[in-house]
Ligand binder design. Sequence first.
Ligand SMILES: [Zn+2]
Length: 135
Amino acid sequence: MIDLRAFQNLQLRGGFTIVRLEITNEPLVDAMGRDAVARTRITARNFDLLIRAGLSQHELSVTLYHEILEAATVAMENPPEQVREFNEGDFDQAAYQAHERFGGSFSAESRPAVANLRVLTKMEAWQIATTSRSN
Ligand SMILES: [Zn+2]
């Protein structure tokens, strides 16, 4: 069982904070009204995440990477130039690569998950994203 408390008020590099992370059985939709696996509310550098129940461990990990990368890009005053125009597919690809490189963001054990998320918000994550795009 995943310990969601590990993500409560979790400080990330870059001055970002996961204020709250919840799993919901309710259907989620994005800003366009399409089905979504997750929704992140951004207030300054604080992230409030809602993730749909029923995802596999791997899907959860990639989803969390995706949401944090995307939210950080939105919340930053000056995101790296290469990620400013990222679409959903680009963030997905970056999230998969972060999962491959850093391991699961959403481990059953809270410690690795926290460590991985700290790594994530270093510029390395964006470098992966940038590299994958030029390939
Ligand atoms: Zn997204």
